[in-house]
Design a protein around this ligand. Structure first.
Ligand code: UT7
Length: 334
């Protein structure tokens, strides 16, 4: 971790989730499961599912439109479009290029990144770095997923978890009031076999993988890794920021599973009441789960400008990334 004073601020946020709901009762009709089991093991009640003709790009466009509307923002002059997704419409062109075309953004770089469920925290770290270094001044960063399209609805251990959605944030140059305090990224490739979706290759470390092109997860292994990894990494972030857990207004972890979040809170000394989550009514939306939790926090009047947040993403790869930021979006008189 390098100590550099940030020159970037998150100025606006917009989100979108598809209309169709998939409840625990719906899942009881698809696989051998129960509302009780799902609530007890994950805390989930519902998820949102994209329509057949809705893709990562479609959801992304709507999240951006919401951002523009709510914060009265102009995105025609952004100089980088960054998209975090594991479920792009195409391998290429990227969702970022589809956004460039849709919003007629004239002079911009455009690229997708794939850090699985850590995509949002990876992307914020990257966007801050690019603006702080002076290479860019206005980054449109979008997280978008249609996980339902790659979920195996015959596998009860995974199909109960995932949902769809999108979120957009605008990150702009602001030396006076930067958002970013500290951040880091990490990875543990040896755990890649615990959460994957095959593509051109169907082997890993010489072992055959499922070739179905649906997502495969060894939930137990990912659970153990995340609840072991996060508490020490969060401690490291706090140390670097010279903050104590009580200085953090909201802990915003990847909303993978409420029980997991309870365990991480317990191990790292964060009161569970001070977490923002989206898992209950959105399920696990991978890279979108953290910004959806932020949006819910705003809607419920919990998250306010001036609050200090610790966000931590983790997922397939295995990847992880965390940030401590000061929440300070534009005030548009609401
Ligand atoms: O976003 C990317 C990162 N992903 C994660 O963070 C996921 C982390 N893992 C998890 O959230 C949890 O491991 C799961 C929710 C996926 C599973 O919960 P668990 O408490 O780890 O259950 P388990 O896999 O150890 O299974 C326990 C039992 C098994 O039965 P037996 O062998 O004890 O008889 C499973 O067959 O629960 C059974 N089971 C189910 N029963 C009813 C598994 N899935 C279901 C189900 N309904 N949907």
């Amino acid at each position: 971790m390098i100590d550099i004073l940030s020159k970037a601020r998150i100025t606006a946020i917009g989100t979108y989730v598809p209309e169709k709901k998939l409840t625990n009762n719906d899942l009881e009709k698809i696989v051998d499961t129960s509302d009780d089991w799902i609530v007890q093991r994950t805390g989930m009640k519902e998820r949102r599912i994209a329509a057949e003709n809705e893709f990562a790009s479609t959801l992304a466009f709507k999240a951006i439109e919401n951002l523009v509307k709510q914060y009265e923002k102009d995105v025609s002059d952004v100089d980088l479009i960054l998209v975090a997704t594991t479920t792009p419409d195409y391998a290429f062109p990227t969702v970022a290029c589809q956004i460039q075309e849709k919003f007629k953004i004239k002079q911009t770089g455009a690229m997708d990144i794939n850090a699985a469920c850590a995509g949002f925290t990876y992307g914020l770290h990257i966007a801050n770095g690019l603006i702080t270094s002076g290479l860019h001044r206005k980054v449109l960063f979008v997280a978008t997923e249609t996980l339902s399209k790659v979920t195996d609805y015959t596998d009860r251990t995974t199909c109960i978890l995932f949902g769809d959605g999108a979120a957009a944030v605008l990150i702009e140059k602001d030396e006076e009031n930067p958002s970013f305090i500290v951040s880091h990224m990490g990875s543990n490739g040896d755990g890649g076999k615990h959460l994957y979706r095959t593509n051109l290759s169907t082997t890993m470390d010489g072992q055959m993988l499922s070739a179905s092109e649906k997502m495969v997860q060894n939930g137990r292994e990912v659970y153990k890794w995340a609840t072991r990894t996060l508490p020490s990494n969060m401690k490291e972030l706090l140390l670097q920021a010279e903050l104590q857990p009580e200085d953090i207004n909201w802990f915003v972890p990847h909303s993978a599973n409420l029980r997991m979040i309870e365990s991480i809170c317990e191990k790292s000394g964060f009161p569970f009441e001070k977490t923002l989550t989206s898992v209950e009514f959105m399920g696990n939306t991978s890279t979108v789960s953290i910004p959806l939790a932020l949006q819910i926090g705003i809607n419920e009047g919990k998250l306010r400008n001036g609050d200090t947040l610790l966000m931590y993403g983790f997922g397939g790869g295995l990847t992880h990334a965390g940030l401590i930021i000061k929440w300070s979006v534009d005030d548009v008189g609401r």
